[in-house]
Design a protein around this ligand. Structure first.
Ligand SMILES: [Fe+2]
Length: 215
């Protein structure tokens, strides 16, 4: 039995058009995300084999593969849920839409929604090579931070929970936006599902801080 499984998309392939084409969504979910799920499961099996044989020659590569594939699986699982069709998505989180706690946290952490939007846009659009722009809840401070993630797993603060993720890998946009990554990230804001982001914020903020437990 595999440990990890590919989640179903919460909408059909064409739901995010014209911001993201059906062809991109199908390939991205059915091929790329599926490969991370398989990679995470395969790596766990290889690690079990290494333990059985007490054969540790590949341990560095296996641990790196586990971090890469597992993080790819987690980020993509959040990514699909973070988006909704342009009719329902976009804009900014407002108290009148029932997402006031998230709106307040963004203002408190970044000064304004505009400042936050500019920072996340820049972080996502300027990734070098492959990466993500991520809004995360950081439990030590109880604040939100923006992270610029390398690949799927690098350049992150330990323990922060991603609540809004922008995939800035070329596979996320190249078929439609070609080399215009900035245009893709700008367009992404129109399909953000703020209800989902707010749900993730509230779940993360309500968890006890388990990182620095007093003795
Ligand atoms: Fe991706």
């Amino acid at each position: 039995m595999p440990v990890y499984t590919l989640p179903e998309l919460p909408y059909d392939y064409s739901a995010l058009a014209p911001v993201i084409s059906p062809e991109i969504i199908e390939l991205h979910h059915d091929k790329h995300h599926a490969a991370y799920v398989k990679g995470a499961n395969d790596t766990l099996e290889q690690l079990a084999e290494a333990r059985d044989k007490e054969s540790w020659g590949s341990i560095n590569g296996l641990e790196k593969n586990l971090a890469f594939h597992l993080s790819g699986h987690i980020l993509h699982s959040i990514y699909w849920q973070n988006m909704t069709g342009p009719k329902d998505g976009g804009g900014e989180p407002l108290a009148t839409d029932g997402v006031g706690a998230l709106a307040d946290a963004i203002k408190e952490s970044f000064g304004s929604f505009a400042g936050f939007k500019a920072q996340l846009t820049k972080a996502a659009a300027t990734t070098q090579g492959s990466g993500w722009g991520v809004l995360a809840y950081e439990p030590l401070s109880g604040r939100l931070i923006v992270e610029q993630v390398y690949d799927h797993q690098g350049n992150v603060g330990q323990g922060a929970t991603p609540i809004l993720v922008f995939d800035a890998w070329e596979h996320a946009f190249y078929l439609q936006y070609k080399n215009q990554k900035v245009d893709f990230i700008d367009a992404m804001w129109a399909v953000v599902n703020w209800q989902d982001v707010a749900r993730r914020y509230e779940a993360a903020a309500s968890r006890a801080n388990t990182l620095l437990l007093a003795p």
